[in-house]
Design a binder for this molecule. Structure first.
Ligand code: URA
Length: 236
């Protein structure tokens, strides 16, 4: 494997940054300084940065702040996808979103190439909570809070798991919703039962991990090892 590819995978940085790093004189291969990005790294070689050994990560886990208008898919003939946003930096990874947001929704989407991890995250029996900030076209009432907690019955007769609805004390038309289930258009349909329309929907957390406020819409970063574990923790 080429050194720049190794560095890019090990540090989860774009290939261009890996090339620059290789040229910086901070990288050794089996103890020898190596400045050539295209140098071949033999199987089992010890690659080190500033003297610290690196291991190449098997999988990629990215936290993306999805902008409105982008679809939660790997490929789409018409619209830009969440994977299109990161593909330039991970050209050889088979990334996909672990869970979907509607095209108009924004916020935390987890992109990975680890199928079993995504399966664990999405398995209905695991109930990994997802937290949303919601803007509505009318005020939230106590009846809605109680109805969400009991389990809303949708127009098609389906009764949902209990969900947490926390009104925003500063804005009667805004709330936080925590779901442990992933039904198509779930929040819009839940509020629809009470005659309210959803004006904005932003996912702020998956499990115990909050969307990094430093990520502007369309930006992403790798999850830290601690965040990867905290994905399966309760919402904070
Ligand atoms: N519920 C919705 O209605 N839309 C989303 O994107 C997520 C949850």
């Amino acid at each position: 494997m080429r050194l720049d590819k190794f560095l890019s995978g090990a540090l989860q940085i774009p290939r261009s940054a890996a090339r620059a790093l290789a040229g910086s004189g901070r990288v050794t291969v089996d103890g020898q300084l190596c400045r050539r990005a295209d140098a071949a790294v033999p199987d089992g070689a010890l690659v080190a940065l500033d003297g610290a050994p690196l291991t190449r990560e098997e999988h990629v886990y990215l936290m993306l702040n999805k902008p409105a208008g982008v679809v939660s898919a790997s490929e789409d003939g018409r619209d830009t996808t969440v994977v299109d946003l990161v593909r330039g930096d991970y050209p050889r990874r088979e990334l996909f979103p672990a869970g979907r947001l509607d095209k108009t929704s924004t916020g935390f989407v987890l992109l990975t190439d680890d199928g079993p991890f995504a399966h664990r995250l999405l398995a209905p029996r695991r109930h990994v909570p997802k937290t949303y900030r919601v803007g509505l076209d009318g005020p939230v009432t106590g009846a809605m809070v109680e109805g969400f907690a009991a389990g809303v019955t949708l127009a098609d007769g389906q009764t949902l798991h209990p969900a947490r609805l926390v009104p925003d004390p500063a804005d009667p038309c805004a709330a936080t919703v925590v779901l442990t289930q992933g039904v198509y258009h779930q929040i819009k349909r839940m509020f629809g039962v009470y005659g309210l329309g959803v004006d904005s929907l932003h996912r702020t957390a998956i499990g115990g991990v909050e969307l990094d406020p430093a990520l502007a819409p369309g930006r992403w970063r790798p999850l830290t090892a601690a965040e990867k574990d905290a994905i399966f923790a309760p919402a904070r």
